[in-house]
Design a protein around this ligand. Structure first.
Ligand code: HCA
Ligand code: CU
Length: 448
């Protein structure tokens, strides 16, 4: 049966995130070098579900040909996608495939909505490939032309790997051949060498030359430029950007999804934020960090660390004027207790994180799961106005007997996290002129 959810009927938004946490992200050294972490099928399903709920419409996955397990996982993710169609609309699943008939066939058999085809191009990359560029391209062209003819509704993207170390002329020679058959061209900065001015120029040339093709950016962070390059690309009209949660990926990773959206918000590109649940940004980061058994890293802009002030001189300035050291609206991005504890992306891992990292309770994951189950039942029985933190803390202390990690007295005042309502209120009072030690103590995270 023909799917009613065809790409040709989809009206793409000004910015379409193509999340590749489950493909590029799975290539992070955190996962593979040490076999320290890996995503189980239920992890993958939870990640995909969160992305869909967040508003992502394109999810890149490994080619199902890689292993039977990958194929199984593909099916499980497809089931979640289908389950959420009524609530969130359709999400396109794109298989990352080599330009090889077997890869392509396996992806089509698995029910992929589109193929993210890639091929090695640049001199360095071509060296390992061992084939002359024209041979490579003519084969690719024949194959892609065939796929287009046989599967007219499949979303086709073609990427010349290492596009930023490929000379412009070489890139054009290749893309000229492929342009009639694809929806998008990828321009991966495979080794993270690009700089914003080059990104802008390349994009301008490509858009001029291929006016009916869309472009997709994929920026690695080897120089620390993955965010700025993606931002530059979007601001110069690139519609599709590859991101991952927390920016993980090969080596130092690629652009972080929430970092990009946060920066677009700051730069007032509000139309580009259409359809994304920005308030789920911090919760989705926490969820994902918990899969990696880490905290949301301090370099991630949408993190609690961006709201935490420990230097005494900064605290003083904060109390007088909150915007001094916290210029941007992190609460819009879910760095707030209600989004964490009550939002659609808050699972047990959020409760775990909140109690452990923000409230400093001693607890393990199993207990957090139990508390989360009770909290979910309990929260709706409370009269409105009761803070979710109060309910949770009561539950943790009175029913589960949790105790806090002992923090030496001299440090207690030195941590100021403007997250929960109590500290916000105390901070406001302090800022009102009542700037005494007591108010500051209350504004600081209350550690009893
Ligand atoms: C890879 C390399 C890749 C591909 C990007 C793309 C890159 O891991 O296969 O398909 O556009 O950075 O070039 O991630
Ligand atoms: Cu990559």
């Amino acid at each position: 049966m023909m799917s009613p959810f065809q790409f040709k009927n989809y009206q793409p938004r000004p910015l379409e995130i193509i999340d590749t946490t489950l493909r590029e992200g799975s290539q992070t050294s955190l996962l593979h070098d040490h076999y320290k972490y890996f995503f189980t099928q239920s992890d993958k399903v939870e990640i995909a579900r969160s992305l869909i709920v967040y508003g992502v419409k394109f999810i890149e996955l490994f080619s199902p040909i890689i292993s039977p397990r990958e194929r199984d996982d593909f099916n499980a993710i497809k089931a979640v996608r289908d389950e959420l169609i009524m609530q969130k609309g359709y999400t396109f699943l794109l298989a990352h495939v080599r330009c090889h008939p077997d890869d392509i066939e396996a992806a089509i058999d698995a029910g992929a909505d589109g193929l993210n085809i890639y091929i090695r191009l640049s001199d360095t990359a071509r060296y390992s490939h061992g084939k002359d560029i024209d041979t490579v391209v003519s084969r690719a062209r024949t194959l892609i032309e065939d796929v287009r003819k046989n599967y007219p509704d499949l979303i086709l993207r073609f990427s010349g790997e290492d596009a930023f170390r490929t000379a412009e002329d070489d890139l054009f020679r290749v893309y000229d051949q492929i342009a009639p058959f694809v929806d998008r061209f990828g321009t991966p900065d495979t080794v993270g060498v690009a700089i914003p001015s080059v990104v802008a120029r390349r994009l301008e040339l490509l858009r001029e030359r291929y006016p009916s093709v869309e472009f997709e950016g994929h920026f690695h962070d080897d120089r620390g430029f993955s965010l700025i390059n993606a931002l530059e690309a979007v601001q110069n009209g690139m519609r599709y950007i590859n991101t991952t949660l927390l920016g993980i990926g090969d080596r130092s990773g690629i652009t972080s999804m929430t970092a990009l959206l946060y920066n677009l918000y700051i730069d007032k590109y509000y139309d580009h934020l259409e359809g994304y649940s920005l308030r789920g940004s911090y919760p989705i980061n926490v969820m994902f960090a918990s899969k990696l058994k880490k905290l949301v890293p301090s370099k991630e802009p949408v993190s609690l660390t961006n709201r935490t002030h420990t230097a005494g001189v900064h605290q003083q300035a904060m109390l007088n004027h909150a915007s001094t050291y916290e210029p941007f609206p992190l609460d819009q991005f879910g760095v707030s207790e209600s989004e964490m504890l009550l939002g659609p992306l808050s699972g047990w891992n959020m409760i775990y994180y909140f109690l452990k990292e923000i409230k400093y309770y001693n607890l393990d994951e199993a207990t957090a799961r139990q508390i989360a189950a009770v909290f979910k039942e309990r929260i709706y029985d409370y009269k409105s106005g009761t803070s979710p933190t109060t309910i949770l803390v009561d539950l943790a202390e009175k029913e589960f007997g949790l105790t806090r990690i002992a923090i030496p007295d001299q440090f207690k005042d030195n941590i100021l996290q403007r997250l929960d309502e109590e500290s916000q209120a105390a901070l406001a009072a302090a800022a009102d002129g009542n700037n005494n030690a007591e108010a500051r103590r209350e504004a600081a995270v209350s550690i009893k």
